[in-house]
Design a protein around this ligand. Structure first.
Ligand code: DGY
Length: 320
């Protein structure tokens, strides 16, 4: 009997073809709508391999019902959607898709920084709605990015890629990380700072730490109050690191200038969310890695990992 693979989203045929040659492949039938918990649970209980998305929450209860599951391959570098302790206890291998998305995600982070600081969202909205009446001396003015100080919280691979971009904009780069990174300091000319110090000194802050018990709510009312009134905050790793209600207050009271958000505590963000009422919020729907090439590269890693595990080989990018 061939092993069975369940893919939690409808994916292009040519991507899935190598799996279909070897295994029985079942796929959730929608590109846009996430698999239901019920179906996910049923499939996890039966299949040998699961290809999951970050929108799928895979909890201990689901994993405990797995009887044949040997591998979960998550289409993301982050894996906070999966109870990896439970997977480890059950001897289920978990893989992710790092590296191939580093540059694309850094592009998004930097693009969002430019868009937020220079108020692209307000300018475009006004233009479309007839609010562009004439060139005005102080119309649509935002904050400069070039030549300012950038604070990067989380100096992993994506942090380093953002630092490289910042150097091209003649920025001074401060970083905060759990461990100091002498190599990055040497290579990219970045300077370590304690979190509070970074928040006080940076003109723009980019958050790139993964979501863990330690980073949950890391940027709250106190941290936001340390930032400059003219500062922007860019959040591109995971929602829940920034306290959204504290962020709303800071933006609404203009104690910081603006925020660019790619990730949210709840995704999709509810349309009536207070943050979406603010003109100084630029919001995009978790598109850090969303380029055609990168998404395809990520999918190729998922395919390879599943084939390797089901054929008894060690997969690349094993997390547990
Ligand atoms: C990741 O890989 O963790 C990203 O958030 C998905 O785009």
């Amino acid at each position: 009997m061939k092993p069975t693979v369940f893919i939690t989203r409808k994916l292009p045929d040519e991507i899935v073809a190598p799996l279909k040659e070897k295994f029985i492949v079942r796929m959730w039938d929608s590109e846009d709508v996430a698999v239901t918990d019920y179906v996910l649970r049923e499939e996890i209980a039966q299949v040998d391999a699961l290809w999951s998305m970050i929108s799928d929450t895979i909890d201990r209860g689901m994993l405990e019902s797995a009887t044949n599951l040997r591998v979960i391959s998550n289409m993301a570098v982050g894996f906070n959607n999966i109870d990896i302790e439970a997977a480890k206890e059950k001897g289920i291998i978990m893989t992710n898709t790092p590296d191939v998305l580093t540059e694309t995600t850094a592009d998004l982070a930097f693009g969002l920084l430019l868009a937020t600081a220079r108020r692209f969202n307000t300018a475009e909205k006004e233009l479309r709605q007839g609010g562009w009446l004439s060139w005005t001396p102080m119309g649509f003015t935002g904050m400069d990015v070039h030549g300012t100080t950038l604070g990067i919280i989380g100096m992993g691979r994506i942090g380093e890629a953002v630092a490289r971009r910042a150097k091209g904009f003649n920025m001074q780069v401060l970083y905060h990380n759990r461990n100091r990174k002498p190599e990055a300091e040497e290579t990219y000319g970045v300077t370590f700072a304690e979190l509070d110090d970074l928040l006080k000194r940076a003109d723009h802050v980019v958050i790139l730490v993964p979501f863990t018990e330690e980073t949950k709510g890391m940027i709250g009312e106190r941290e936001l109050s340390l930032m400059k009134k003219t500062a922007t905050l860019i959040s591109v790793s995971r929602g829940g690191i920034v306290d959204e209600s504290a962020l709303y207050d800071a933006l609404n009271n203009k104690t910081i200038f603006a925020a660019g958000l790619d990730v949210f505590e709840t995704e999709p963000i509810p349309l009536r969310h207070p943050l979406l009422t603010l003109p100084n919020v630029t919001a995009v729907p978790h598109i850090g890695s969303a380029s055609v090439e990168t998404r395809r590269a990520m999918m190729r890693l998922n395919v390879e990992a599943i084939i390797n595990v089901l054929e008894g080989k060690e997969p690349e990018n094993r997390v547990v």
